[in-house]
Every structure is written in structure tokens, then in C-alpha cells.
Write a protein that binds this ligand. Structure first.
Ligand SMILES: [Zn+2]
Length: 240
């Protein structure tokens, strides 16, 4: 019996030590190394590993702008970091989407705002986060693109549009589909709502751009009801 209690107290001690570790230590979202007080979300080494696209420095059209050529008219498009399997940007987006890390979204939005503070994209009048279905927003607790937009809005003082467009259907996850499947899966998912923005310049904010199929559908839905509107795109990450 005594042995049992001793084992039990050992189990409880280990459990509480483990819990204490979970609650009180901050670890890097990519390599799990314990962070020092001056590091936030990532250790310095992992921040260094993020691969910038430098799209914002390119004159005369970058790779992302070319992706939309012949599909929909876009005024400016930029994305900050390349995205891929095992990359640091993938760890950040995964934490943002699946680990209930709302403050991380605002932090990344502000980070983007600082890096792009002199870019033509800041001539936008409004920010529009890519809408997600209310059911998904409820399950996740937030729309991750909206958090990025909140961070941008804090730095740039631009209003966020909430009701320009709505998501109609609950799309299947894009991850298992090929390029055409992805395009087909999202073509009819947005509905532009009646607004009178005439020729305002709206910046759509997204977390990751892959084929651009979702954004293409979103831009078309907005233009259906606002034909004169000017649209730019900004994403944290881009799969090349
Ligand atoms: Zn790290």
C-alpha cells in the first residue's frame, strides 16, 4: 500500500512538472527549443531561416503578380516568405491555424506591416481578410487572415471590411486535390454582397497563397457587385 502511494505521488509529481513545463515555458514554434526572454514565437536561429521572397523590391511585376495574369486584374500583389514542407513559415502557419494562437496572427500582421511600410500596397483604402466559413471560424475560434489584417490595421490605420463578401459553401480541404481539382473546388464559394465602394482600393489579406484559385474566386465575386473596385493582394506566405 505504501509503495502504491509512493508511486502515485511520484506520478503526480512528474505530471505536475510536465504541466508546469507546458504552462510556463515558451518554446520555438519550429524547433521546440526553449526561448529566451528576448525571443518571441521563434528562436533567433529559426527567424533567420525564414526565406523572404523580396517581392516587394521587384519592379515591373513579381512572381505572385504573374500568377494572376490573364485570370483577374490585380493592382499589386505581395507575399513575405516562401512556404513549403518543413519550412519555418509552415510551422508558423500551422500554429496559427491549429494551435489556437490568436496573438501570433496579430504579431505576424504587424511584422508584415513594418516590412511593407513604404510599399505601394499601403495606398489601399481598406483591408479585407479572406473570409472563412462561420462553422470553421467557430471551430478555430477566429479567422487567421482576420488576425493578420488586425495587425496590419494597427500599424497602417486602415479600416477592415467585414461584410463585402460571404463564404457560401463548406469546401473540402484543398490539400488532397490536384491543381484543377483545387480550382474547381473553390470557383463558386464566395458571394459578393451589395456595397457601394465604387473605385476604392481594397487589399485582400491571406495567410498562404498556393495556386491562387481561392483568391481568383474571391476577386471575381467582389467584382460581380463592384465592377470598378481596385484590388491588391497580400499574403504572409507563398508556395512557389
Ligand atoms: Zn527555433
Amino acid at each position: 500500500m505504501i509503495k502504491y502511494f509512493r508511486n502515485l505521488s511520484l506520478v503526480l509529481k512528474n505530471y505536475s512538472d510536465g504541466l508546469g513545463h507546458l504552462i510556463f515555458t515558451n518554446v520555438c514554434l519550429h524547433c521546440n527549443k526553449e526561448l529566451v526572454s528576448t525571443e518571441k514565437y521563434l528562436c533567433f536561429g529559426c527567424w533567420e531561416q525564414l526565406k523572404p521572397t523580396y517581392f516587394e523590391k521587384e519592379k515591373g511585376g513579381n512572381q505572385l503578380e504573374r500568377l494572376f495574369q490573364g485570370r483577374v486584374h490585380i493592382k499589386h500583389a505581395s507575399a513575405l516568405y516562401y512556404y513549403g514542407k518543413g519550412t519555418v513559415s509552415q510551422s508558423l502557419i500551422r500554429a496559427l491555424k491549429y494551435d489556437f494562437k490568436a496573438p501570433l496572427g496579430i504579431f505576424l500582421g504587424e511584422h508584415m506591416a513594418v516590412l511593407l511600410k513604404d510599399h505601394a500596397i499601403t495606398t489601399c483604402d481598406y483591408l479585407l481578410p479572406v473570409p472563412i466559413h462561420p462553422r470553421k471560424k467557430f471551430a478555430r475560434g477566429y479567422n487567421q487572415s482576420e488576425l493578420l489584417a488586425i495587425g496590419l490595421s494597427k500599424r497602417w490605420q486602415k479600416p477592415i471590411l467585414q461584410h463585402l463578401v460571404k463564404k457560401k459553401t463548406y469546401t473540402k480541404s484543398q490539400t488532397q486535390l490536384d491543381r484543377f481539382g483545387r480550382w474547381e473546388n473553390v470557383q463558386d464559394i464566395f458571394k459578393g454582397l451589395g456595397t457601394n465602394l465604387s473605385n476604392a482600393h481594397v487589399l485582400i489579406v491571406d495567410d498562404v497563397i498556393t495556386t491562387g484559385a481561392t483568391l481568383e474566386a474571391l476577386v471575381k465575386a467582389i467584382r460581380d457587385v463592384n465592377p470598378q473596385i481596385q484590388i491588391s493582394l497580400l499574403s504572409f506566405a507563398f508556395t512557389n
